[in-house]
Design a protein around this ligand. Structure first.
Ligand SMILES: C[S@@+](CC[C@H](N)C(=O)[O-])C[C@H]1O[C@@H](n2cnc3c(N)ncnc32)[C@H](O)[C@@H]1O
Length: 263
């Protein structure tokens, strides 16, 4: 569909799967009831409104996390080898909003998580962003299975695993639709569940039922991005309800709250 191509002309959305963009687009077309003529005319006011509204939703679930260095990732990853140092990884982690925020707390964070779960031999990282690059802070050497939305991001992470000789693999998947995952000791779902619910309401319940890992580690921002205002606990109630009778503990960092759930 031509509208999808038009929406994907913005460089940060170029690698998104067409089917993913189409999900937002068809909802928007339905709501605004565009005529065939309006759909075909890029100069039409309603046509422009649809393109801009879909792009703004894509920004909310994907584009907003990418920082300046994201474009340099192929080069930054290509430079890595087995002798890479912490600073090389930190530069990469700073290309994504979520990992940038965690850079200073990773050693503390993983130590606190593993105090509860024990050190993992295998990790599943869903909607992973650049979090697999924090491997150097784990303090152990698990096998690493990661999933992200686009082929481009999955390819980059596979190259990262290869360059630094980590036994890891990243697959591209829209987690609101697909998912058959390896059974691992831990499953990370860092800052991902709110995003997945925005893409598809109800998708997290179905995703959780597909995860066979021993432990789930699910995080939420505890402060708003812009104003750094505290986010009330009531915003996470929907997720706690999904956990039903499962037991959990909380680990907190300055800006993020982690549920450590026995699955
Ligand atoms: C807030 S970021 C968190 C990234 C990472 N988990 C972290 O905390 O460092 C949300 C991530 O979800 C990914 N994402 C959004 N929709 C997705 C979908 N339908 N399937 C898989 N991943 C998705 C985005 O590309 C983005 O990397």
């Amino acid at each position: 569909m031509e509208l999808i191509e038009e929406i994907k002309k913005k460089v940060e959305y170029r690698s998104l799967p067409d089917a993913f963009v189409e999900g937002f687009l068809s909802a928007e077309l339905k709501e605004r009831k565009l005529t065939e003529e309006e759909i075909k005319n890029p100069k039409n006011r309603n046509h422009k409104a649809v393109v801009s509204s879909v792009r703004s939703k894509l920004r909310e679930v994907y584009g907003a996390f990418l920082l300046n260095d994201y474009r340099k990732l192929p080069e930054l990853i290509n430079r890595l080898d087995e002798t890479a140092e912490v600073n090389d990884f930190v530069r990469i982690l700073k290309a994504h909003r979520s990992t940038k925020e965690r850079v200073k707390v990773y050693p503390f964070l993983y130590e606190q998580i593993f105090k509860i779960t024990g050190k993992p031999k295998s990790i599943l990282d869903l909607a992973c962003g650049l979090n697999p690059v924090s491997y150097c802070f784990l303090g152990c050497h698990p096998e690493y299975y990661a999933y992200e939305l686009t082929e481009r991001d999955a390819d980059l992470l596979n190259q990262f695993f290869m360059k630094v000789k980590i036994k890891g693999k990243c697959d591209a998947a829209d987690l609101t639709k697909n998912g058959k995952f390896p059974k691992t000791d831990l499953c990370f779902l860092f800052k991902a569940v709110d995003t997945l619910e925005t893409v598809q309401k109800g998708s997290v319940k179905s995703l959780l039922s597909k995860i066979k890992s021993e432990w789930l580690v699910v995080s939420f921002p505890s402060k708003s991005l812009g104003g750094k205002k505290p986010i009330p606990a009531s915003k996470r109630k929907w997720f706690e309800r999904l956990l039903e009778k499962k037991e959990w503990q909380i680990v907190e960092t300055e800006n993020e709250l982690f549920y450590i759930v026995k699955n």
